[in-house]
Structure formats: C-alpha cells, structure tokens
Design a protein around this ligand. Structure first.
Ligand code: PMP
Length: 406
C-alpha cells in the first residue's frame, strides 16, 4: 500500500470521535463520505480571504474568486479527462445533473412513441427523471434486468434496443449491489446503433479512475459529497456537441448573452447551464477533494478498497444464514446483506449501538429492492480510511445480532 492509513485517518477528524462510548466506525460511505481537513480548510479559507460573487466584478476579490473557480473547473476536467473545460458544468449534485439531462434532452429529442432504456439497478435519481419526461412526452421507458449475481443482464439490455431508442441511462456502479457495469462496452455498442449514453457516476468517481474520453460516454454525472468534497456541489460532464444542442435547464443571470424585451440569447458553454450565483464554496471544496484523491492515487485507492471488500466478504460469509445481494465479479467496496430473516432496520439499529454506522432500507432503489422481494438490505460501504480491524468489528456485530435474534 502506498499511503499511510494512520496519516490518512488523521486528515479526517470526524473519524476519531467516540459514539456510545465506542470508537466510531463509519461504513455509510455510499451515502456520503467524510471530509478531510484539506476540504474543510479550502472552504473556510475561501470565506476568510476570497469570498465574492464571480464572473461579474472588475474588482480584486471578484477577479480572484473567479480565477479560483475556473481553476477548479480545469482540475475537475483533468480529473475525469474531459476534452474541454466547456464540457464541465457545475450543478448541485448527481441528481441535478441527471435531471438536467433528462429534462433538456427529453424536451428537445423525445416525442410520442420514442423509447428510453434504463436498468432495474438504478438509483431513483437516474430512474424517476426519465419516468417523468417519458410520461410528459408519451415515450416509453424500458428497463433492463439483472442476473442473479447482481450483474447487469447485458443481453437483455441489448435486446431492448429498437430504432425508436433515443438514449440509454445507466449507472457506472450500483449503490446497492456494488456492481461495476461494463459501461465502455455498452457505450460502444449503443454508439454502433447511433444511441447516446448518460452514465450515473455518483458511485463511480470515488472508487475508480474515470476517463470520460476513453469511455466515450455522452454524459457523466456525479456529486462532490460522495468523493470527499462538500454537499450541494456536483458535476455534469457532457460532450460539447450535445451541450450545444440541448436547451438550457434553468434560466436567469449568468446563462444569458443578451436579453431584450423581445428575446434572450444564451451564454456560451458551460455558462449556458449555470444559471444564477453558483456554489463557489462548494467548488473550492470540490477542488481540494480532487487534489486529495489525486495525491492518494485512484489506482492505490481502488487496490486498498478491494482488499477491504475481499476481507469483508470472507469474514461475513463465514456467518451462517447470511444472504448477500450483489456478488458480481467486478464490484466496488460495499456489501449489501440480510442476516437470515432479521429485518434490516432491526439489524442496523443494533449494529449502530455498537458504534458502527451502516445504512438500511431500499437505498433509493425501490425497483431493485422490489425485484428481490425483500424489505431492504443492510449496506456497509467502505472508503480508503476504513481498516481491516473495523471490518472485523462489523463481523462481530453481525454475529451478535444473529445471536440476539436466535
Ligand atoms: N446515483 C447513485 C448511484 C447514488 O448512489 C446517488 C446517491 N445515493 C445518487 C445518484 C444521487 O446523488 P445525490 O444525492 O448526491 O444527488
């Protein structure tokens, strides 16, 4: 391992507290990750020294804040290897990025009888916006299945493609199953049929080195808060040719070039999609998060998290009656499970009292949970600041739950 875990943990002061008189073990990283001091300091430095509205002032502070904001855009561009900074749009999160694509793409390109393909493993944020726009336009939403191990049924997805398919919306990594989808292959196949692909990367960017040029995706959406940055900031990457064609999602200041009583012309990219005063503090924090991840190295992060995952699977599998949801060959570092028939809320509540934060419920992926016919799962999702010892404590806690209910 090329990073020092104790040094890394020292960067995250929240992790060193005790809850219920036990050291906090934080395994709810798929919901949101904790923030290193570097991110917290970037936000407070911005307010201590540089706070100003951007893009419209000629004075010192406004120019400084604008330069920092646009520097951050360059760093995000480099982080995902987007061809141009024009293609990096700041939003308030993955949900807003996905809503933007669904609403603007749908408005321009969907008509009655057209089809949109998504998958059963999507988070509501990449499902409901498509359901809504399809409903408005009289288009049909087609849903690809999964295989029993939680991998996407690629053959089924391909069989849904018709000459009415206008776009495919799928997740890079499932927030419930951990499955890493072969999006590069799917994008190549879809492009062979002239169909664009929007990728929900909310669970992708924090675990995998993402290269949108290599993937050749048309859109890639993610949130700052799931990659050690602040809440309320996110990114939409979109190919310039699409972003030029899509109508604006919101309107107001900043996104306009010229406004007269008769008509408005729109600003150039990326500003056409950034109406109003942006979340500048969020962008400062996101920039620090990107720098933090770059310093650790995405390959190193992936390798370390994979070790955590393998250890968790090995230890938890040794407990009788464990039921796992999502055992794909290519998986990000999370485990979703039930302990026999014990309700996930009961299990989660008891595990919490042992100082361990896990998530329980449908994880905003109700169609998937319904597909399994279960009330939800317990989900433990790991980050690079977690340790093998913490996973051993989770195993002990799960065993304890089992004993209490038997
Ligand atoms: N997609 C996936 C796969 C997610 O896990 C989440 C967050 N749980 C989202 C989209 C939505 O992200 P946000 O709430 O940050 O907009």
């Amino acid at each position: 391992m090329s990073f020092d875990i104790q040094q890394v943990r020292a960067d995250f002061p929240i992790l060193s507290q005790a809850i219920y008189k036990r050291p906090l073990i934080y395994f709810d990283n798929a919901a949101t990750t904790q923030k290193p001091l570097q991110v917290i300091n970037a936000i407070s430095d911005y307010y201590l020294h540089d706070n100003c509205n951007i893009h419209r002032g000629v004075h010192y502070l406004s120019v400084k804040a604008t330069e920092a904001f646009e520097e951050a855009r360059k760093e995000v561009r480099e982080f995902i290897n987007a061809p141009s900074t024009h293609e990096v749009i700041f939003t308030k999160g993955a949900s807003e990025s996905l809503n933007l694509v669904a609403a603007s793409f749908g408005k321009k390109f969907l008509k009655e009888g057209d089809e949109v393909i998504t998958t059963i493993m999507e988070h509501h944020s990449n499902f409901v916006p498509w359901q809504i726009i399809c409903g408005e336009k009289g288009a049909v939403l087609r849903v690809a299945n999964i295989l029993p191990n939680g991998e996407l049924d690629q053959e089924h997805l391909y069989s849904l493609i018709t000459d009415r398919t206008k776009i495919i919306a799928l997740t890079h990594v499932s927030n419930v199953l951990g499955t890493i989808n072969p999006i590069k292959d799917i994008i190549a196949f879809a492009h062979g049929k002239g169909i664009p692909v929007v990728v929900d990367g909310a669970q992708g960017v924090s675990h995998i080195k993402v290269d949108v040029t290599d993937l050749d995706c048309d859109f890639y959406c993610f949130s700052g808060h799931k990659m050690y940055g602040p809440m309320g900031i996110g990114v939409l990457y979109g190919k310039e040719k699409w972003l030029e064609e899509l109508p604006p999602y919101q309107s107001g200041g900043e996104m306009v070039k010229d406004v007269t009583i008769e008509k408005t012309t729109y600003n150039e990219l990326p500003f056409k999609f950034e109406a109003g005063t942006p979340n500048v503090e969020g962008v400062m924090g996101l920039r620090a998060a990107v720098q933090y991840l770059k310093n650790l190295g995405m390959e190193e992060i992936h390798a370390y998290e994979d070790k955590l995952l393998k250890h968790a699977v090995e230890r938890l599998s040794a407990i009788r009656d464990m039921r796992f949801f999502g055992t794909a060959l290519l998986k990000a570092s999370l485990v979703s499970f039930l302990i026999g028939d014990i309700h996930p809320f009961d299990a989660g509540t008891i595990i919490d009292k042992m100082g361990i934060a896990v998530r329980t419920g449908h994880h905003c992926a109700q169609p998937l949970i319904d597909h399994f016919g279960i009330p939800g799962t317990v989900r433990a999702s790991f980050a690079f600041y977690n340790t093998i010892e913490e996973i051993d404590k989770l195993t002990d806690a799960v065993s304890r739950v089992k004993t209490m209910f038997s």
